[in-house]
Design a protein around this ligand. Structure first.
Ligand code: HEM
Length: 540
């Protein structure tokens, strides 16, 4: 099967999903004898539960994983046994502390108000086409750097500059992926001789080390000089907390600075991705969902406030929104940020599927494919249906984490889940409520086949239409659109929303019970791609 795998590396997730649907459970992949590539591929939730929870101690990350993910050093993400336990305990205590939560809320709110909105305003006013995925990465790295180091990296601004740290992470993620599909002996040889992909990793590593070292020494200076004044209840960044605990934390064979480097790099890498580009893409394709998110947002605006105006939602207001969270989960079901996971048993074992595994084998579970299996999600697995995550009583439905694996399952569950959800909700709600994201027609949206993180290969090129709407009685809306050529898609969107976007004038539209759209007034531009003057016309 190795040639087949190599032929399909560029579209690994699509290929492996088809394979998974055919094997319906688990399958033993045999690589050539010299390649150390006997792999049990599984999408069976019972196996996942066994490996990640029931028999957790038999499936550490292990030295091979650590070699592949060497840029993570000995940090939490790759550590095992006692080192992992003590790092996890500290990391959990710090990230779930009430003061850190307040710091997260404040940082996210600042990033939305001071960075995100000015950029979006610029983009929508100028009618610019931008890569939304890139803006999202910049947003989450800015927030990530602030939370981890206390300093804003200021990546999200009108002036888009390339960031060496982001570039280094992109490169490292690509090289780690290629290590998964290249026989070990070959990539180790490349590493030894310093060429090809491995040279790229070396450079990425140097960049990450330099940037991390600069933040650590700056923080030590600030703390040494007493330059950090913290008001009661404000919370502090993680690096400050870790440095204050120096001496109390065991760093194993590492120096304090090496330990700090591994710690902040692990947090920054783990916290960079948040899958929001996939969210906007799916919402764009599903106007019904966009309308429902807006409806839910309208419902939390206090009665004394006008409901028909541009509005920024505070991060705290969004935490209990069920529908928005369900849309985020449904996005992560189809596009999990970490699309594959792998493990190696310490001792021979028998999985619930009946497969025998031993320490010479790897076990890979395909999280991307698991989100698309009919055996796991039913016949409507391909539909974008946030309702799967909503209970009959209208709250979030409990879906076992060995089925919904986006945040991992068992003792190594993602530590940053709530941090990620807080940021994602803030960005999603404030964009969806105030703008309509219009993806450039014909823009190809496909996952990268060559990274351990599920990015969009060509980004998400889009423009934003600022929506200023005003509700005028039941089912009637007034809306001002900025620009763009309206398509069939706009028509269906307008029908769903009961509004219509016009080029320069105000349009008053109304959706009828039969789905037709009545345009009550127009300044005489086009609607739904028809360049026509319309007054009180009914569009079918
Ligand atoms: C939507 C966003 C996120 C997703 C989908 C996600 C997903 C995951 C997954 C699947 C793992 C397990 C990886 C593995 O063991 O191979 C993980 C681990 C981890 N995540 Fe997240 N993550 C997200 C955001 C964050 C954020 C914002 C942070 C920052 C605090 C974070 C911190 C961590 C850490 C420290 C681990 C390692 C936990 C351990 O091994 O004990 N994650 N995450």
């Amino acid at each position: 099967m190795l040639p087949d795998l190599l032929l399909n590396v560029h579209q690994f997730h699509l290929w492996s999903t088809e394979l998974a649907e055919r094997i319906d459970g688990s399958f033993l992949f045999r690589g050539p004898w010299f390649a150390n590539m006997d792999i049990l591929i599984t999408v069976d939730p019972a196996n996942v539960h066994h490996i990640m929870s029931t028999n957790f101690s038999n499936y550490p990350k292990g030295p091979e994983f650590q070699k592949m993910f060497d840029i993570f050093g000995d940090g939490l993400f790759v550590a095992d046994s006692d080192s992992w336990k003590s790092q996890r305990k500290i990391a959990r205590a710090l990230t779930t502390h009430q003061q850190f939560y307040q710091f997260l809320v404040r940082t996210t709110q600042d990033e939305v108000e001071k960075r995100l909105i000015p950029v979006l305003e610029h983009v929508s006013k100028q009618g610019l086409v931008v890569d939304l995925q890139d803006l999202i990465h910049r947003f989450s790295l800015d927030v990530g750097f602030k939370l981890v180091t206390g300093h804003d990296r200021e990546l999200l601004s009108d002036e888009i500059r390339e960031d060496p740290f982001s570039k280094a992470l992109d490169d490292a993620e690509e090289v780690i992926f290629s290590r998964h599909v290249t026989p070990e002996i070959l990539w180790k040889l490349q590493k030894l001789l310093g060429f090809g992909q491995e040279q790229k990793m070396k450079e990425a590593w140097e960049t990450v080390d330099q940037i991390a070292a600069a933040y650590i020494s700056k923080k030590r200076e600030e703390l040494g000089g007493g330059n950090i004044s913290m008001r009661e209840g404000e919370g502090e960044d993680l690096l400050t907390s870790y440095i204050k605990m120096e001496g109390e934390i065991s760093t194993g064979s590492k120096s304090q600075d090496e330990f700090m480097r591994d710690t902040i790099v692990n947090f920054l890498i783990a916290g960079r991705e948040n899958s929001l580009a996939w969210f906007f893409w799916l919402v764009f394709k599903n106007p019904r969902v966009e309308a429902k998110i807006r409806e839910e947002l309208q419902s939390i605006i206090p009665d004394e406030e006008a409901k028909d105006q541009w509005r920024l939602f505070h991060t705290e207001e969004l935490k209990n929104l069920v529908y928005l969270q369900a849309v985020l989960f449904e996005t992560l079901r189809l596009y999990p940020a970490v699309p594959i996971e792998h493990k190696k048993p310490l001792q021979p074992d028998i999985l619930p599927s009946g497969h025998h595994v031993n320490p010479n084998m790897k076990i890979v579970f395909l999280s991307y494919a698991m989100g698309r299996m009919s055996s796991v999600w039913g016949k409507d697995r391909s539909d974008f249906k946030p309702e799967r995550f909503i209970s009959e009583r209208g709250g979030m439905k409990h879906v076992p984490t060995n089925r919904f694996v986006a945040f991992n399952t068992g003792p190594r569950t993602c530590i940053g889940k709530n941090i990620a959800l807080t940021q994602m909700k803030a960005m999603a709600a404030n964009i969806i409520y105030n703008y309509h994201v219009q993806v450039v027609e014909g823009h190809p949206v496909v996952p990268t086949g060559n990274s351990i993180i599920l990015h969009m290969k060509h980004g998400l090129m889009e423009f934003l239409i600022e929506i200023k709407f005003e509700k005028r009685g039941a089912g009637r809306w007034v809306c001002k659109g900025e620009e763009g050529t309206l398509t069939d898609w706009d028509l269906s969107f307008a029908r769903e929303m009961g509004l219509c976007l016009g080029e320069d004038g105000w349009l008053v539209c109304e959706t009828q019970m039969d789905g037709s759209l009545v345009v009550h007034r127009s300044e005489g531009r086009w609607v739904a791609g028809l360049r026509t003057k319309m007054t009180n016309r009914v569009l079918k």
